[in-house]
Design a protein around this ligand. Structure first.
Ligand SMILES: [Zn+2]
Length: 306
């Protein structure tokens, strides 16, 4: 990263002006702008891999200014924006549809989808990292009604939240997590792991606790090496799936899941800080978020009533 562009990639807004090719939106529409633009017609989009759209760009990087601003521009608007849904009266929770809920939902879905549905109730899964997206993944995973969900982190507040959601919390700074899980699963390991840390040691833990034939569903943004070999994968017959959420492909089902879980999310106070302006409190909010003290911060750059 270098200075000179606008950050932010999760926004709700009101359409101020439309380009000549925009058909589905008009001035005044209230919209959700997820993290990524996509064309919906390229080779990748046509196969549901919208996260790798040939024309796709993430908001908030040198190629496309982000949305922590009073105004921002959305290319490919017809296939990148969504109207704020009427169903569910989501209110401020609609912000969760911009990234974290569909991403968490998709990671949970990948953990279960390869297993016949009549076996979901017997599955044990583990979620590594209990940050905001992982908590969304836990909320979505609960709907598959697995037998157990282990939640792994080191921050007591996050582990408590996971416990409140019915997970078995494991603090990796206090326990040998892999040994605990192997002991609790008759040395079989878990059927699936949702990995949301994005660091190689977390992937190593995933490998250590996955059962033969199991699935590692990773949504973490990785920039390191895979800490095990192709031979290790062969020796456990494991399946691994990485990558950016194809948000357009899972939009409807993720939204339905969010609506079903609205009360749970409200009870958690998931949106735990709202800033009525982009002012000096912004830096403090980012620092608190980085320390893991906050799940979801909402900025209101156009003022508290916007
Ligand atoms: Zn595309």
């Amino acid at each position: 990263m270098a200075p000179g562009y606008v950050t932010g990639h999760e926004a709700l807004g009101v359409v101020h002006e439309v380009g000549s090719q925009v058909k589905k939106f008009k001035q005044g529409d209230r919209v959700i702008a997820p993290f990524l633009t996509s064309c919906d017609v390229c080779f990748h989009c046509q196969r549901g891999v919208h996260g790798r759209c040939k024309l796709g760009r993430n908001f908030g990087n040198p190629t496309l200014d982000g949305s922590q601003a009073q105004y921002f521009k959305c290319p490919l608007a017809d296939t990148s924006l969504y109207h704020i849904p009427a169903e569910g009266s989501l209110g401020e929770l609609a912000i969760m549809m911009t990234d974290i809920f569909p991403t968490g939902y998709n990671a949970a879905k990948r953990a279960f989808i390869d297993t016949p549905s009549d076996q979901w109730q017997d599955m044990t899964i583990a979620v590594i990292g209990c940050g905001p997206v992982a908590l969304c993944s836990i909320i979505a995973a609960r709907e598959y009604k697995p037998a157990r969900i282990f939640a792994i982190d080191s921050l007591p507040n996050r582990l408590q939240t996971a416990k409140n959601l019915g997970c078995i919390p494991l603090n990796f700074k206090e326990l040998d997590v892999a040994a605990e899980i192997m002991k609790a699963t008759d040395n079989n390991g878990v059927h699936a792991v949702v990995e949301g840390v994005g660091l190689s040691p977390a992937l190593k833990t995933a490998y250590d606790i996955i059962c033969p034939g199991g699935k590692i569903s990773s949504f973490g943004v990785h920039n390191g090496e895979i800490p095990f070999s192709a031979g290790d994968c062969y020796n456990k017959n494991i399946n691994i799936q990485f990558g950016r959420c194809p948000i357009r492909a899972v939009w409807d089902e993720a939204l339905a899941s969010l609506v079903r879980n609205k009360a749970t999310i409200e009870d958690m106070n998931f949106v735990d800080l709202v800033l009525p302006a982009l002012d000096e409190s912004y830096a403090d909010a980012l620092a608190r978020f980085e320390r893991g003290e906050l799940n979801k911060v909402v900025f209101k750059p156009n003022g508290p009533d916007a």
